[in-house]
Design a protein around this ligand. Structure first.
Ligand code: HEM
Length: 89
């Protein structure tokens, strides 16, 4: 089930119309969209667009972070790393 919080209202409204008209097909969403009036759809779209998306589930584990540090140090010491750094300036 996709996260709809914070998506653009007109996009959400449009998807509900597509589900209702069977131009987008999903067995869970079809009955929901079919039961909605267009003004319900506009209200729901505005409501979900105003919500903040949930933060990502968790920060990367410490092992991944130290790996990243080790790898970036290795890159900075290589010829490629220097090229990338000089290009970035
Ligand atoms: C029990 C309640 C609900 C369930 C189980 C459910 C489930 C789903 C699923 C499985 C999808 C993806 C379908 C696909 O791949 O096409 C979807 C998409 C969507 N649902 Fe629902 N839904 C529920 C309630 C609602 C409600 C109340 C709204 C009202 C705004 C809503 C709006 C949408 C929209 C706009 C999409 C498309 C999202 C996108 O394209 O990113 N859903 N839902």
């Amino acid at each position: 089930m996709p996260s709809i919080a914070g998506q653009v209202a007109i996009y959400l409204h449009w998807q509900l119309l597509l589900y209702r008209d069977k131009r987008r097909v999903d067995p869970q969403m079809a009955p929901i969209a079919t039961a909605l009036s267009e003004s319900d759809m506009a209200d729901l779209a505005a409501f979900f667009a105003a919500q903040r998306p949930a933060p990502p589930p968790s920060a990367p584990p410490a092992s991944a972070r130290s790996d990243a540090g080790r790898l970036s140090r290795r890159c900075a010491g290589s010829r490629r790393g220097r090229v990338a750094i000089s290009m970035a300036r």
